[in-house]
Design a protein around this ligand. Structure first.
Ligand code: ASP
Length: 334
């Protein structure tokens, strides 16, 4: 016997064994437990705005529950529709998800003549974030001391007051259009790539007013850079002392808020959707997390209203609502 055979044979056999083992493991590798690498959440507005802030808050908790990194990618433009279109075309593997909201997932089809995605067909709802009420803001020291004064001026001089928005179809734009049509006044809207840049111009006096989410507006009003004239919620809020609701005086029945949710490209496996929504439900049970959100005026929803099915039904009902608001307000599609 070739003396080398004794050496080569076992080596050859063990190489073959490893090969067979590796082949046998192939399907297991292809179905790695989810998640096994960082997940990207696309925020369709500039960093520093309310959508970005709440997404980072939620992502941090969900990633802790999952034991996995969640990266926020800001893809601003066209009221959030640029980011939405990007995720609609992403691989449906659970590693690229979209932070959708009132505008991108419900109103956009009625505001844009050509939209590069279909919110209902190209996405599956995963879970719904907490809602955020909105606040009517002016620069500190503005000549408008109340919402009535601002609306009276807009009534006297249609189109003279400029309202900053986070872009056509953003929730700040939608809420302000809704306000204008309910109050029967006309504003001139100035679109930005997100609340961050719009708010800077409001502070700088380049625009007259904004209607935006409470979470990012709060530090600016507390810091004395902006003044809150009115809230759009039903109840008053401790963190905005002495700020009335629009519904109390100026516009009975007028309520506005921004909702958000995580959406995955259609084709994403059900186990991915379930894993993510269960992780969020777990995060919601953490009183420290929900308490910190409430301190920013954010409205934390109970677990039974945030799962994939609840978000699906809610998104569909909001599409019906915004189609009507947009048509009633006569907002022409862009
Ligand atoms: N507040 C923005 C909106 O109106 C979005 C943002 O910048 O977060 O939709």
């Amino acid at each position: 016997m070739n003396p080398f055979n004794a050496f080569i044979w076992p080596a050859w056999r063990s190489a073959l064994g490893s090969l067979l083992l590796a082949t046998a493991m192939q399907p297991a590798l292809a179905e790695d437990p989810y998640p096994s690498r960082p997940i990207t959440w696309v925020v369709p507005f500039a960093a520093g705005g309310p959508t970005d802030a709440i997404a980072r808050n939620v992502a941090q908790r969900v990633s802790t529950v999952l034991g996995n990194t969640i990266v926020i990618e800001n893809v601003p433009g066209a009221g959030g529709t640029v980011g939405a279109a990007k995720v609609a075309r992403a691989r449906p593997d659970g590693y690229t998800l979209f932070v959708g909201h009132t505008g991108t997932m419900a109103a956009a089809p009625y505001l844009f003549k050509t939209l590069k995605y279909d919110p209902a067909k190209d996405f599956v709802p995963v879970f719904r974030f907490p809602d955020t009420p909105m606040v009517l803001l002016v620069k500190n020291g503005s000549r408008f001391k109340t919402a009535t004064e601002l609306l009276d001026e807009a009534r006297k001089n249609p189109g003279k007051l400029t309202f900053g928005t986070a872009g056509v179809g953003s929730s700040s734009h939608l809420a302000a259009e809704h306000l204008a049509s309910t109050a029967k006044v006309k504003f001139t809207f100035i679109p930005y790539k997100g609340t961050g840049p719009a708010m800077s111009d409001l502070m700088g006096g380049q625009i007259d007013a904004m209607l935006d989410q409470t979470n990012v507006s709060l530090p600016q009003t507390q810091g004395g850079r902006l003044t809150a004239l009115a809230l759009t919620s039903r109840a008053r809020m401790d963190m905005f002392p002495n700020v009335p609701n629009l519904t109390e005086r100026e516009l009975p029945g007028f309520l506005a808020f921004t909702w958000y949710g995580i959406y995955a490209p259609t084709g994403t496996p059900q186990n991915v959707v379930d894993t993510l929504s269960k992780a969020y439900t777990k995060a919601l049970a953490d009183a420290e997390f929900t308490g910190a959100l409430r301190k920013q005026g954010i409205d934390v929803l109970p677990a039974e209203r945030v799962g994939p099915e609840a978000l699906k039904a809610f998104t569909a009902s909001e599409a019906v609502k915004w189609e009507k608001v947009i048509k009633d307000a006569g907002i022409p599609p862009q």
